[in-house]
Write a protein that binds this ligand. Structure first.
Ligand code: UDP
Ligand code: MG
Length: 324
């Protein structure tokens, strides 16, 4: 089977934003790991508009290791996921591994990912055992992961960890998506025929600070939510229907009580007013939800994701294609 073939070319894609303290160790550890794998490899360092020494360090590493290190220098800061896409666009390996530059994802775990890919899966995700992050980060990440799982069905457990491996067809498919706000792990999964997941070690950040402020994190979560589906828009109609139904039920209940208990019971019509109000509020939500349905469809069209992606076209004399 083709997918069981051994990996020949490996590309590492690493987004770098002000990581001067980590770069030297990162590059030497990655070089060490890649050399041991025995396949030809390239390490693509994407400088996401760093303001420190990182840019110069990347350029130097690229000139010192001309066949192994490639520097992709962006003119300003575009964010981690945009930087990864820039790196993917330059990569040419048949398997691409992404990881963070801050050494929280130990490069020594890469061979495990490759072994999983060699089993024939398209995308390998990772679960961070002994996760070393602040409580707030762990909590919000847990919340998001469970939300994604619910909306997409259980596919993976940890979407936040960027130590991941993708086969070339998946990378090509992702590069054909012209949408602006991408959340790579989810985008990749939407094109994968089969996925694998393995546990990896996670280190605390020893040097430099996290590049995600609270607001950047919130914006990332919204990217994730909207890139996943238009489910939140549909939620409006759902909520509206519930409110309207409860309004109607309340109205019927009031009518019955009025008949049996007399006019005084319903607080002279105040309750009735509430029941009517509920129905109208619900109807408004349903109206909003309907608008949402249209917006959702517009969004899908504007994103213009390819509807399918051909992995391979087999042509030629028939006897070559028939398996004996
Ligand atoms: N990063 C980037 N651009 C940004 C923010 C982060 O390229 O605007 C890179 C950063 O250099 C690191 C990775 O993305 O390699 C993950 O960032 P960080 O470690 O700060 O995130 P955390 O581990 O706190 O989630
Ligand atoms: Mg980090």
């Amino acid at each position: 089977m083709k997918s069981m073939e051994k990996i020949k070319d490996l590309s590492l894609v690493i987004p770098v934003f002000n990581e001067e303290e980590n770069l030297e160790e990162l590059i030497s550890r990655c070089l060490g790991v890649c050399r041991k794998t025995g396949c030809s490899f390239e390490i693509i360092l994407v400088d996401d508009g760093s303001g420190d020494n990182s840019t110069a360090m990347i350029s130097r590493a690229a000139s010192e290791n001309p066949d192994q290190v490639v520097g992709v220098l962006l003119n300003r800061n575009y964010g981690q996921h945009a930087a990864v896409v820039a790196g993917l666009a330059e990569s040419c390996g048949d398997v691409v591994v992404t990881l963070d530059a801050d050494l929280q994802n130990p490069p020594e775990e890469i061979p495990k990912l490759l072994a999983e890919i060699e089993k024939g899966v398209d995308v390998v995700g990772t679960i961070r055992t002994n996760r070393r992050d602040s409580f707030f980060r762990k909590f919000s990440s847990g919340l998001v992961n469970s939300m994604v799982r619910r909306a997409t069905g259980v596919m993976m457990h940890d979407y936040g960890c960027m130590l991941r491996a993708y086969r070339r067809p998946i990378v090509e498919a992702m590069l054909q998506c012209p949408e602006r706000s991408t959340f790579i792990p989810i985008l990749a999964n939407s094109f994968a025929r089969s996925t694998g997941e393995i546990p990896v070690m996670h280190e605390a950040r020893t040097r430099g600070d996290s590049k995600y402020s609270f607001f950047k994190l919130v914006s990332l979560q919204f990217d994730l939510l909207t890139s996943m589906s238009t489910f939140p828009l549909r939620l409006l109609s759902f909520v509206g229907t519930i409110i309207a139904m409860s309004g109607i039920a309340f109205g019927v209940f009031l009518l019955a009580m009025r008949v049996f208990m007399g006019a005084d019971w319903a607080a002279q019509g105040v309750f009735t007013l509430f029941a009517v109000l509920f129905v109208f509020v619900g109807a408004q939500f349903i109206g909003l939800g309907l608008l949402g349905e249209y917006i959702g469809r517009i969004y899908q069209d504007v994103r213009a994701r390819p509807r399918y992606f051909i992995q391979e076209i087999v042509k030629g004399p028939a006897e070559q294609n028939i398996q004996h």
